[in-house]
Design a protein around this ligand. Structure first.
Ligand code: SAM
Length: 288
C-alpha cells in the first residue's frame, strides 16, 4: 500500500529575541524538517541557522513583498509542502510580517501550526511587576507627536496594563507624552531583554523619564504602563492643558526648557515661537 503523502503545513515559529539559547527544541526540529523557511530577513535567519547547523532552503517574506509572496507561499503549502515562517526575532506576526500569510492559509483551509517561544511583549510584561491578569498590547505608537498624543488620549481610561514597543530614539518623547497624557502612573521600561545589557527600570513615569534623561536610551525597549484606576474610564477627560503649563510640568519633571518647548509645540500643533512666547509670559507673570 502506498504511503499517504504528508499534508502541507504552515508552521509559525518563534525565534530568540536576543539570547540564542532561547530557541526551543521543537523549533530546531521543525526548522530542520520543513521544505522551506520563509524569513523576514534571510541574512538574519541565515546566521541563526548557521549557529544551529540547519541547512533548510530559505526564501524572503518581508513587508514590501508581503501580499505577493503570501499568495506564492499559500500555493506551496496547498501543494503539500511544509513551510516555516520566522521573523528576525520573537513571534512572527507580532509587530512583524506574518499576519497576511497566516490569514491567507486559514482562508484557504490549510493547516497553520504555532511553534511558540519568546516574544518581547510577554517577556516584558511578566518582569514589569505590573498586573498581568488583563493587558492590552499596543505595539508601536504613531511616530508623529500629535498622533501619538491622540492615541494615548484614547487609552487614558483603559484599565488593563498597557504594553508598547518603542525605538530607543523615541523613548524620551514617548515617556514625556505618557507623563502628560496618562499621568504619573507606575510603569516599567524593559530594555535589551535576554541580552547582555538587559535592564528593567521600574517606577513612576516621571522617575523612569528622569532615569533615561540621565542615561541615554539604547537598545530595544518595551514600555509597560499600569492601567487606569477603576472608574477612571468613565471620568471626563481633564481640561486641555495650556501649552505654557505643559512646558512647566515637563521642566518640573527635569526636562530642559528647550526640549520641553519642542515637545509641547509638536503635541499642541503650535510653532516653537508661539510656545516660547507663552512660556516667557508665564515666567514674567510669576516674577511679578
Ligand atoms: N516579533 C517580535 C516579538 O514577538 O516580540 C517583535 C518585533 S518588533 C519589529 C521589534 C520590537 O520588539 C523592538 O523595537 C522592541 O520594542 C521589542 N523587542 C524585541 N526584542 C526585544 C528585547 N530583547 N528587549 C526589549 N524589547 C525587545
Amino acid at each position: 500500500m502506498a504511503l499517504m503523502e504528508q499534508p502541507g503545513v504552515l508552521y509559525v515559529v518563534a525565534t530568540p529575541i536576543g539570547n540564542l539559547e532561547d530557541i526551543t527544541l521543537r523549533a530546531l526540529r521543525i526548522l530542520r524538517e520543513v521544505h522551506l523557511i520563509a524569513a523576514e530577513d534571510t541574512r538574519v535567519t541565515r546566521k541563526l541557522l548557521a549557529h544551529c547547523d540547519i541547512h533548510t532552503p530559505l526564501t524572503s517574506y518581508h513587508r514590501h513583498t508581503e501580499a505577493r509572496k503570501a499568495a506564492w507561499l499559500v500555493e506551496q503549502v496547498a501543494s503539500g509542502r511544509r513551510v516555516a515562517l520566522v521573523s528576525d526575532a520573537g513571534m512572527p506576526g507580532i509587530s512583524d510580517p506574518g499576519h497576511e500569510l497566516i490569514a491567507a492559509c486559514v482562508a484557504a483551509g490549510l493547516d497553520v501550526v504555532a511553534v511558540p517561544g519568546p516574544s518581547a511583549v510577554i517577556t516584558a510584561l511578566v518582569v514589569s511587576g505590573l498586573p498581568t491578569r488583563r493587558f492590552a498590547f499596543e505595539g508601536f505608537l504613531p511616530r508623529v507627536a500629535g498622533e501619538r498624543r491622540q492615541h494615548l488620549e484614547a487609552l487614558r481610561g483603559e484599565e488593563r496594563t498597557l504594553v508598547f514597543y518603542e525605538a530607543p530614539s523615541r523613548v524620551l518623547a514617548t515617556l514625556e507624552a505618557m507623563a502628560s497624557v496618562l499621568g504619573d502612573r507606575p510603569m516599567a521600561a524593559a530594555r535589551e531583554l535576554t541580552k547582555k545589557f538587559e535592564e528593567v527600570v521600574r517606577g513612576r513615569v516621571s522617575e523612569v523619564l528622569a532615569h533615561f534623561r540621565a542615561h541615554r536610551p539604547q537598545g530595544e525597549f518595551v514600555l509597560v504602563v499600569a492601567g487606569a484606576e477603576p472608574g477612571e474610564a468613565n471620568a471626563p477627560p481633564p481640561p486641555a492643558e495650556a501649552p505654557e503649563e505643559a512646558v512647566a510640568a515637563l521642566v518640573a519633571a527635569g526636562s530642559s526648557e528647550r526640549d520641553a518647548i519642542r515637545t509641547v509645540a509638536a503635541e499642541h500643533h503650535l510653532s516653537r515661537k508661539e510656545v516660547y512666547a507663552a512660556w516667557l509670559e508665564r515666567k514674567r507673570r510669576a516674577d511679578e
